[in-house]
Write a protein that binds this ligand. Structure first.
Ligand code: AGP
Length: 608
């Protein structure tokens, strides 16, 4: 969580820092600040609230200088306030620090530093870094930061400046992401690549335990322990404009409309000319795939819902039993994993702390870990044994949309691969499924035509406080996802439930006019879903259904129907989720909510 940016070069640092922070605001937005050095003296401006509040303060008087750091915060220690906003300083005010992560031993460090005479001005864990740097500084900032971080337990991505050596930035990371952008006569450091793309496409991805000394002319990378590191430069090929809104009102809407491409790109190159699924990334020999006795999927939030889809397809096609856990449970469960278990970690960002901890736990227990992620160079790509990239392009809206359908496309490919390698799918069935898979982008394009209708229907529910989302089979994870989307961006309470479970409790919530969204696409449990709809109607619930084109009958049961094109049952997850994303989007907009930056949320949850 939190976004960091640093600049050193010949240009005016403040606008560059602000531009970088804008592209990182998805990482947190409860306060923000910059520290800019001019002739060796630091000017710090911080504000509570979004970046716009900081920009207003800067408009009234912006510090000028050619080196600076900036931060947009998502609070962990200390409430959102100006005093707790980064950058933080030491007692002398000569050191400026921005930090993302959690310093677990900060209470002990703070007590110890206070006893040594340091005075703290914030409630944050970050401020301990500034005081530790002050304590260890004997003329070399790099050594002072390395020594300071040697005392720190927990996770950090941090950038440190000092008035004593204003011609350099020191950046270090452990378990929180940090990249360096290599420019000409200027260098940048940031939590994520889009923050530096306007300046350079040459990126150094820092690894855990590394520290970098960055001047305007160069970067020296080493481990915090002092071992020099030689890192290949990553060339970013995607366009900076991919991270802009491209004419859409919000990133979320743009990303909903990018879903056909996200699926297309994720499937591209996965099915070879001979029709075989190509998944070299799995890094497992055929004998190892055949020896697998189980798959264990670990993920959080929307990625967990993609995992629920994965469970159904892997079990159906590859006939492998699949366990599934939210990562925050898995990591502390002492799960049953052995060398014959394939653990699949699904994470859009590749930085979710709980999922990364799950990956480590699975590896510790002997499991082979395959990651499904959207972010090249993210932590999970370096820790997992193999990676399937989703190629959805950068997703800025906090609510995951295009990465969700891309994750589902990736689990379809994984399931097909496992099925073929294990000999559980005959050639004709495999061919048919692959042909249907390739039709999904066009199907989603068609579903996007429902946008206006969904908006009109949503207008009926603007003032609702509660809602239920129901589904069975493939409809169940989609109901869960529809509910998550609605609650996270519109703040309408939404329960996602297995439709058959409704009568075991949630049915009590239904009264006159409660909106009940039911995923009722054609499936082997369609009749059961219709029975559930009847139970809702009998209690005066107001049914909105997602159904398969041609199903005229459903209109007799539901007040509104969103028709999606027919696909095979196991592939229906993708078309069915799109109207629910649009439904959440329009309701949230009509309620005046900020859909790209919902309250209390952040795009990457890099803390436990
Ligand atoms: C999705 O809309 C949410 N913002 C959230 O649940 C998210 O899916 C979750 O935090 C997991 O993130 P990841 O995929 O980056 O690991």
């Amino acid at each position: 969580m939190c976004g960091i940016v640093g600049y050193i070069g010949e240009a005016d640092a403040t606008p560059i820092l602000m531009e970088g922070l804008r592209s990182l605001e998805y990482r947190g937005y409860d306060s923000a600040g910059v520290a800019v050095f001019n002739n060796g003296a630091a000017a710090v401006v911080r504000r509570k609230g979004k970046l716009s509040a900081l920009q207003e303060a800067l408009d009234a008087g912006s510090p000028r200088g050619r080196v600076g750091i900036g931060h947009t915060r998502w609070a962990t220690h200390g409430k959102p306030s100006e005093a707790n906003a980064h950058p933080h300083s030491d007692c002398t005010g000569r050191v400026a620090v921005v930090h993302n992560g959690i310093i677990e031993n900060f209470h002990e460090l703070r007590e110890q530093l206070t006893a040594e005479g340091h005075t703290f001005t914030s409630e944050t864990d970050t401020e301990t870094i500034a005081h530790l740097v002050e304590k260890h500084f004997t003329g070399d900032l790099l050594e002072a930061v390395a020594a300071a971080l040697g005392e720190v337990e927990g996770s950090f991505a941090t950038v440190v400046l000092s008035e004593d050596q204003p011609d350099r930035m020191i950046a270090a990371r452990k378990d929180s992401p940090l990249i360096i952008g290599l420019g000409r006569g200027e260098n940048l450091v940031a939590s994520d690549i889009p923050a530096v793309l306007k300046h350079t496409r040459d990126i150094l991805v820092m690894e855990n335990g590394e520290i970098a000394e960055i001047t305007k002319d160069g970067v020296a990378l080493r481990t915090i322990d002092g071992v020099p590191v030689d890192r290949d430069v990553l060339k970013v090929t995607w366009d900076a404009s991919a991270a802009e809104k491209a004419g859409y009102e919000d990133f979320m809407l743009k990303e909903i409309y990018e879903q056909p491409d996200a699926i297309r790109e994720t499937l591209r190159g996965r099915i070879g000319a001979d029709g075989a699924v190509e998944l070299d990334e799995l890094a497992l020999a055929t004998e190892q795939v055949r020896a697998l006795n189980r798959v264990y999927i670990v993920a959080c939030g929307t990625s967990y819902h993609a995992g629920l889809v994965g469970k159904q397809v892997i079990e159906a096609w590859a006939r492998l039993p699949v366990d599934l856990d939210v990562a925050s449970e898995f990591r502390y469960r002492n799960p049953i994993i052995d060398e014959e278990t394939l653990v699949v970690a699904i994470t859009q960002s590749g930085e979710t702390a709980d999922t990364l901890a799950g990956v480590r736990e699975a590896q510790h227990l002997g499991g082979k870990v395959m990651a499904i992620t959207n972010v090249v160079g993210s932590s999970v790509t370096r820790e997992a044994d193999g990676v399937i990239y989703t190629h959805a392009g950068p997703e800025i809206g906090v609510a995951a949309t295009k990465t969700f359908v891309a994750q589902i496309a990736a689990v379809y490919i994984l399931a097909l691969y496992l099925a073929e390698e294990r000999g559980f799918m005959d050639a004709a069935d495999a061919r048919a499924v692959k042909a249907q898979l390739m039709e999904l982008p066009a199907i989603v394009e068609e579903v996007l035509n429902l946008d206006e209708q969904v908006k009109e229907v949503a207008a009926n529910y603007v003032d609702e406080k509660d809602s239920l989302f129901l589904g069975r089979g493939m409809g169940m994870p989609i109901a869960f996802e529809g509910a998550l989307k609605l609650k996270e961006i519109s703040y309408i309470h939404a329960e996602g439930y297995a439709a058959g479970e409704m009568k075991h409790g949630p049915i009590a919530l239904i009264d006159d006019g409660t909106p009940i969204v039911v995923v009722a696409t054609k499936s082997h449990v369609y009749d059961k879903v219709i029975s559930n709809i009847q139970e809702v109607i009998a209690r005066d619930g107001d049914v909105v259904a997602v159904a398969t084109e041609g199903d005229a009958d459903i209109a007799r049961h539901a007040r509104f129907v969103f028709y999606v094109p027919e696909t095979s049952e196991l592939l229906s997850a993708i078309p069915a989720v799109v109207p629910l994303q649009l439904f959440a989007y329009h309701l949230a907009k009509m309620r005046g909510c900020n859909v790209d930056q919902p309250r209390n949320l952040a795009k990457s949850v890099t803390v436990e």
